[in-house]
Write a protein that binds this ligand. Sequence first.
Ligand code: LRH
Ligand code: MN
Length: 426
Amino acid sequence: MKIDQNLIIDSNNKNLQTHQSHFNFLADSLSKKGKNVDAIVSRLKDFQVAIPSWALGAGGTRFGRFSYYGEPSNLEQKLEDVGLIHALTKTAGAVSLHIPWDIPTDYKAIKELANDLDIKFDAVNSNTFQDQEKAKESYKYGSLSNTSSAIREQAIQHNIDVINIGNQLGSKSLTVWLADGSCFPGQNNFQTALQNTENSLKTIYKKLPEDWNMLIEYKPYEPNFYSTVIQDWGTSFMLANACGDKAYSLVDLGHHLPNSNIEQIVSILMSKGKLGGFHFNDSKYGDDDLTVGSIKPYALFLIFNELVYGMQNNPQNPDLAWMIDASHNIKDPLEDLIQSLEAIQEAYAKALLIDQAELKAAQLNNDVVKCQEILQDAYRTDVRPLIEKARLDAGGVVHPIKTYRDLNIRNTLIKERGKNTVATGL
Ligand code: LRH
Ligand code: MN
């Protein structure tokens, strides 16, 4: 399914007048505050977030999974769904594949389809947290950290295979997340597990093409519930340093213990030039993989404040990989992803309103109240007209969710694909 551009234009014509008056009002008040509205709108227009290929169907938990029907049943249909989101939002111009869930059968065709949909291939993800049917070795007790060299070899080879798949698609980075760890005290020798992991990552790192990055994702627990080898940012940072200049830490917002100060972690990693990218989502308790900004929107804003500061002051840090990592247990996956994109753009736009120099001056002056006034003036600004303008300028729609529903896209997908298709992924 592709959305006819005329339907996009029709949908916008209904909302253009309201948008225009909101935009003019906001642009006028922001210009009076010395904000460069055009610059902010073009930053938002250029801002592209990768959609996780494993989150285009209904997610689920061990307690159940409720399909949303019309799910994509192959990689082509997954790219079409990313294409639908991108046609409406113009900020989803990339997809992050997960191997082996999304191994292309026809690389030429897949690249042509992606090109036609104006979608790039962002980081490719390896998977050594599940056993594959014909696999010789099991990852039950770990992969890159496993006490068995044969099992570590198999996991290393898988990551090298993932690099080769990504290389054929034009991807430029490998994301490594390890479930490796233990469920009970005494089960693992922590030092052996860490050293095995470091040696294994170094072996994979040597196979990275010159212009590739390795993104090392950390997580405190699940599926192991006593220890995880790469449990926190410090361990990921240490391993990235041990590997080399092309290795970085990946921050998944859901991979932090309650009340962690993620914005501080982001600032530390950027100051050391070791922040590689994000898996955006939100959570109330654990790795809930909920819609971005649905639980802690202010925390997301504070993270983007550190990102904007870092992008202005840390040339040592590379361009970041912006990716969503969510799972949709009760929402339409496409609507959920559209809402996540909106929340990410909103946090970024609000952070771009912060005068970093003014904030730095108030900080140096220990004017604590003024610091908060500067942050919250930006946070309390309704920036949606700026995001709408960025979408319109890029050929998208003013209100993606409304248009998605007005065009009856889910039912059209169900007609095309039926009710029994199940998307690979989580
Ligand atoms: C682990 C994780 C990781 C992916 C998986 C789908 O919780 O965040 O990024 O490999 O989800
Ligand atoms: Mn993740």
